[in-house]
Write a protein that binds this ligand. Structure first.
Ligand code: MRU
Length: 367
């Protein structure tokens, strides 16, 4: 427990209920770090747009937002008969599921909500609405506990790398932090748990890749870690190799959007390159994965759908002046890449650390 840290988490909480639970209240992450602004989204179109435009983003947070969102949307349906309610729910679920393709938590959370609805077929619709609210809250609460466990395991790894009197260099990519989850983040959880265990912010030095093209590392990770008192630097993505060669980075933690059964892990574009460089320099590379992000129905990384995004995100969308001529082709704009399982030192789930034969390790943990 660290009150200052908890106060900060409360300030930037990703997803909560709006007044009377008639909307979902999110921090608009497209405005960070300059502006901390909360918005309330209520209709299925608003929720879809918030996920698509990355107002809310990061695999676990997308799942929580979708669960909260579908509970809010379902509450707007008439208290008519069950069949009508279930049909409307299903259509809204399919619509929200079309917002982004890669993070499996979106589908996992929406399916879990629909399973809850179906399991309560004998209840009046008004009661089912309340049950759905409670299920969404359970998904959120579980996410806090999951990140905490990941953080405890990751903290053990930090301790094993720490040299007394020296700051420990840690690298991360994109944002797998509190802004991407319900509380501790996944890749950042080891650092936050270290603070809870009494480490000072200066005991660590987190190197945040800026993460082109949408700068989640620069805008979000460095924002949240520096506000938590952790020594933080931002570097351009193409500086990672030199930084690793310099010896300053002792361990790398990244998040993921979907892990295939064989351990191949999709995460923000640029992650697989980091893993290749880390292997070259012998730096341990860990993927932090809630079990909801591990998709046992996806055999290998080749089966993970990769989201392609608007070329203007590369050329102009985030700049006051265009950074490429209007006619320049930037149509190759994948949001994610897949890191081969054999480049990953270990996958940290809330149930334990998986290494070696990932499929076997996942099954042993009951994933
Ligand atoms: O496109 P984004 O910002 O949603 O991508 C986020 C990531 O790649 C994260 O690393 C991943 O979702 C894990 S968040 C705990």
């Amino acid at each position: 427990m660290n009150q200052k840290l908890d106060d900060f988490f409360e300030k930037v909480i990703t997803v909560k209920w709006g007044p009377d639970r008639e909307s979902v209240d999110i921090i608009d992450q497209t405005l960070l770090p300059g502006t901390i602004k909360r918005i309330q989204i209520r209709t299925q179109e608003e929720i879809w747009e918030a996920i698509k435009k990355l107002r809310v983003r990061g695999a676990p947070a997308i799942g929580v937002c979708a669960a909260y969102g579908i509970a809010v949307v379902a509450n707007q349906f008439p208290d008519s008969d069950y069949q009508d309610f279930a049909q409307r729910f299903h259509e809204a679920k399919e619509y929200l599921a079309s917002s982004r393709p890669t993070a499996v938590n979106l589908f996992w959370a929406l399916n879990r909500m629909e399973d809850t609805l179906r399991a309560n077929v004998d209840q009046p619709v008004a009661s089912i609405k309340e049950i759905l609210y409670r299920e969404a809250e359970a998904i959120r609460d579980e996410d806090v506990a999951i990140s905490r466990n990941i953080g405890e395991i990751g903290f053990g790894l930090l301790q094993s790398q720490k040299v007394d009197g020296e700051e420990l260099g840690i690298m991360t990519h994109c944002n797998a932090g509190t802004l991407a989850t319900a509380k501790y983040g996944t890749a950042t959880a080891p650092m936050y748990i270290a603070l809870e265990h009494g480490w000072k912010g200066t005991d660590m030095h987190v190197y945040c890749d800026e993460t082109r093209p949408l700068l989640q590392g620069a805008r979000l990770t460095s924002f949240e870690l520096s506000n938590s008192g952790i020594t933080t630097s931002v570097q351009c993505d193409n500086m990672a190799s030199l930084l690793m060669k310099s010896g300053r980075v002792k361990i790398i933690f990244v998040g993921c959007d979907r892990v295939a059964r064989n351990g191949d892990a999709a995460n923000k574009i640029g992650t697989s390159g980091l893993a290749i460089i880390a292997k070259h320099y012998g730096i341990p590379f860990f993927v932090c994965a809630p079990s909801s992000t591990i998709d046992m129905n996806t055999p290998t990384g080749d089966d993970i759908p990769i989201e392609m995004r608007d070329p203007e995100e590369i050329k102009s969308m985030w700049y006051t002046e265009p950074m490429a001529p209007a006619g320049a082709d930037a149509s190759f704009n994948p949001a994610f890449d897949v890191t081969d399982h054999n480049l990953i030192t270990g996958i940290i789930t809330e149930k334990g650390l998986c290494q070696g034969d990932y499929e076997k390790a996942f099954l042993e943990l009951g994933i």
